[in-house]
Design a protein around this ligand. Sequence first.
Ligand code: NAI
Length: 350
Amino acid sequence: MVVAATRSVPEECIRLEDPKAGLDGYIVIHSTARGPAAGGCRFWTYDTPEAALADAMRLAEGMSYKNASAELPLGGGKSVIRRPAGDFDRKALFEAFGEAVERLGGRYVTAEDVGTTIADMEAIATNTRHVAGRTARPGFAGGDPSPWTALGVFEAMKAAARLRFGGSLAGTTVAVQGVGSVGGRLARLLAEEGAKLVLADIDGARASALADELGAQLASIDTIAGIACDVFAPCALGGALDAATVAGLKAGLVCGAANNQLATPEMAEALASRSILYAPDYVVNAGGIINVAAEYLGESEDQVRGRVLAIGPRTAGILEMAEAEGLTSSAVADREAEAKMRRPEVAETA
Ligand code: NAI
């Protein structure tokens, strides 16, 4: 797991240490300026406690930006738990984690992240109510966040395409890298909109089944980023946009669901210098956290829809400011999120 330096100091780092339960990790509360620090729990193999802490700090800071950008009444936080080497009692481990979350009295709210499941959230919930991502209940917000993430990316892509190409996505060619939970749904929305699709996935059977269903073309995972298209949509893993990939892009717009798309911050300038419009990842992929937050905040599905549909105009606003001010879209997205972190009074206006 890549560990990058953070830009700011978190409010609080809590060491989790319960050898009996196998619990070893950290909760990092980066910011509570807008509300409880919200961010998932990562369950992963880290060689050292320091590596776990560094990852938690980086991820918690990212959540402050994402939650502020989405205008949620939430701050940013994250927890990481080091996966025990041998056999362990998973339920007991997550129950002990739930106790630790409860001791924070609501300053941190957890949910799923890489390596954790709905069952883990249920174990956590035996000891605290400050947990989302639990079993979906009919009539309530919650459940699988992927459809909301896909809708937010779709809205952002439509808004960005109007700026870049002066029209709708109908008739444009969109290359989708990774057709899993989000990328697959995004591809369906794009097909309905009349876009031409090129799909790639390391799971070749998944990509070709979807291509058959939607009448899309297929590309290999090595060529998808460089094919002739209007929009490149990274929807697989992070770091898709490195120097070689950016140099080979033929798209005029990059807009996708993956987290941390820029392999290094300099890629924002590299994209801009090639006149490729980049819709910042954490702005466009906020639909998932919006849905998870709604479960915790007790919001309705209509409120979730409203917040997700706002991603389109928000993305357009950021791209327009970047153009007008000669800045990268990433720099403007960060600046706008930082302003919202300082002004929690805008939290309720989404
Ligand atoms: P997923 O695991 O359902 O789908 C990812 C897909 O990418 C899989 O089909 C996988 O086979 C494929 N893949 C992996 N490496 C690939 C490669 N090198 N080339 C092409 N395909 C590759 O994951 P999901 O939930 O769809 O998430 C996709 C991305 O969006 C991830 O980066 C995730 O962090 C991000 N994201 C997801 C959210 C959600 O609500 N699920 C919310 C916000 C961000």
